[in-house]
Design a protein around this ligand. Sequence first.
Ligand SMILES: [Zn+2]
Length: 405
Amino acid sequence: MKNSLLKLSAIILVLFIFTGNAQAQKRGSAKTPKYVFLFIGDGMSQAHISLTEAYLSTQDGVIGNQQFSFTKFPITGLVSTFSANSYITCSSAAGTAIATGTKTNNGMLGIDPQGNNLSSFTYKLKEKGYKIGIMSSVSIDHATPGAFFASSKSRSSYYDIAIQLPKSGFDFFGGGGFVNPDGEDKMQPNIFSLIEKGGYKVAKGVDEMKKVNSKDKVVLVQKDGKGSDLPYAIDREADDLTLKEIVSSAIKHLYNDKGFFIMAEGGKIDWAAHSNDGKTAILEVLDLADAVNVAYQFYLEHPDETLILVTADHDTGGISAGSQKGYVLNLKALDEQKRSMTVDKENQDKYEEMNEKAFVGWTTYSHTGVAVPIYAIGAGSNNFSGRMDNTEISRRIFKSLKLEF
Ligand SMILES: [Zn+2]
């Protein structure tokens, strides 16, 4: 009797603590943030996320959906992704919709379908005194990061996008590098010299980043010879730059009393899904989660002043947890894969077979038109529940900041 009374009071105490926490979180969610993080998993639909949760449970030898990092956030919503001229968007049209609140045609970046320049909301935030950081695990001139600082008739005009970086006046850029640093014809002024002429410091690797003065505007990229995008997490070597390190450097560099806005893209979930490479895609989702965890640590230190959003621009691959016939998912079949399909091309057939044995399904090598999730925590997060269009994300961020869009 005494024992069961003790048990009962312990249960009541635990319940009390949990509801107390939930209430505190709810109260906090209505506050005005100073520090805003927008993470975009390129190509990451809820299917990629569910599959990643199943992968984590499989590692533990159980059936389940083991939540991780941002999938534990208290607020969730659903975002429609269609572009102005197609049900199925590309990254530049989706990035433009998120960054400017206006839909455009596939292939266009930061311009409307009629060709008029649009302005990313980051410029408005800069005017209001927020420090701005734009970063990605792919090149800085790629569609998603590009949408937050540039306008171009074509997302493929990488050099045209890159040269708009120093003109932005934003405080921090990070990523693999640039696709065409000397122009599409390799005859143009080198992008790094233009960036330095524009008053920026260039840091190649985290060691150089540590030497940058906190007052300087900075572009953090990989060391020379590493290419323009970061390697896949599955292919990573010890001294490779990571998105987590970039986000961590950005927070240190941008932290100030007036606030900051950080957009960080996990750009290669999309690339792995274009290759229908299940394991590589799952590890890219977890790699984005590692970067989100750095922001989450910051949130724990500034819970009433921080808003973290994690969303996607569209689905890639039409990936599914389950395929062919039967109610089976066997992710253990992916255990032996140690390299991405792109790097280990010789064994591509073997990896395709592994995906089949794992019952990881794919419907396309391109994008699909399904809605993507948005996860939110912190001050202002209550504005991100329910259904929304991708053009509303920016408006809801401004509503959270109590600013006119
Ligand atoms: Zn894509």
